[in-house]
Design a protein around this ligand. Structure first.
Ligand SMILES: Nc1ncnc2c1ncn2[C@@H]1O[C@H](COP(=O)(O)OP(=O)(O)OP(=O)(O)O)[C@@H](O)[C@H]1O
Ligand SMILES: [Mg+2]
Length: 248
């Protein structure tokens, strides 16, 4: 398979700290959701954030992306403080966010969905490269967003994020609603992107997929980080962690 030359993503030596989150707290109005969480993500890694419904996973991603109004603590990206930065600036710095609801424009076709949103950073994947990575999308090029299957919509959402040349991608439950075969394809895609040098923060309820691709695992419970460690360490405590904090 041809290399995609996601050059910028691959420039950081593996192991360099990309994201550093310290004592992050977040609120929706008066509801206090994140109670001071800490975690790091290093270059070239897939870090998986697990936790039950309502644990605060999406809130964590939104806080990093700058779309939670009330947040405190410290968020650093490539050593720059982004705790209070606006989300468009955060996107231009190289962070992409694929939300749970995918955000596909229903009335636009695949090509329009890929080409219409402003490109936040030049140098992202071209249409040809996107179609090499997502052959299904090429077949559905002129299909409207509403006519795509859940899996195709998910691939389109990821493809659109990659067109903006991110170095760090946050995916919120990408496997939700996908058939098992597509979940496996998604797993291969993530490993491919990792080989290209991309750093990934993956929120999942599908622990099987998550653990297939993860280098590090984070477990969030009621807005508190109850586990953070390498995959081997997670495996060593898997039963207790699953029993205590994850839907099985
Ligand atoms: N816009 C909002 N306004 C008020 N409360 C919210 C809002 N969004 C989420 N919450 C609450 O914040 C808590 C954490 O929600 P969050 O969406 O971060 O959980 P999650 O771990 O992503 O769950 P899920 O697995 O169901 O997606 C929940 O109690 C939820 O009800
Ligand atoms: Mg969520």
């Amino acid at each position: 398979m041809a290399e995609l030359k996601m050059a910028e993503a691959a420039t950081k030596p593996a192991g360099t700290q990309v994201l550093a989150v310290q004592d992050l707290q977040a609120w929706y109005g008066e509801s206090h959701i994140l109670h001071g969480i800490n975690f790091n993500v290093n270059a070239g890694e897939v870090v998986t954030l697990l936790g039950r419904n309502g644990a605060g996973k999406t809130t964590t991603l939104k806080s990093v992306m700058g779309i939670i109004g009330k947040r405190t603590g410290s968020i650093r990206f490539n050593n720059e403080d982004i705790t209070r930065a606006a989300s468009d600036k955060i996107a231009r710095m190289g962070i992409a966010f694929c939300p749970e609801e995918r955000g596909i424009f229903a009335s636009l076709d695949v090509r329009e969905n890929l080409l219409l949103p402003p490109i936040v950073r030049a140098g992202g994947l071209s249409l040809d490269q996107i179609f090499e990575l997502f052959p299904n999308l090429k077949e559905r090029l002129n299909s409207q967003g509403t006519k795509l299957s859940g899996g195709e919509q998910q691939m389109l959402a990821i493809a659109r994020a990659l067109a903006g040349n991110p170095t760090f991608v946050m995916l919120d439950e990408p496997s939700q609603g996908l058939a098992p075969l597509l979940v496996r394809e998604l797993g291969s895609l993530m490993l491919r992107l990792k080989r290209e040098g991309l750093t990934i923060l993956l929120v999942e309820q599908n622990t099987r997929l998550a653990l297939t691709v993860a280098d590090h695992v984070l477990v969030l419970h009621k807005g508190t980080m109850v586990f953070a460690g390498p995959i081997e360490e997670f495996r060593a405590h898997e039963d207790a962690l699953k029993g205590g904090y994850l839907a099985v």
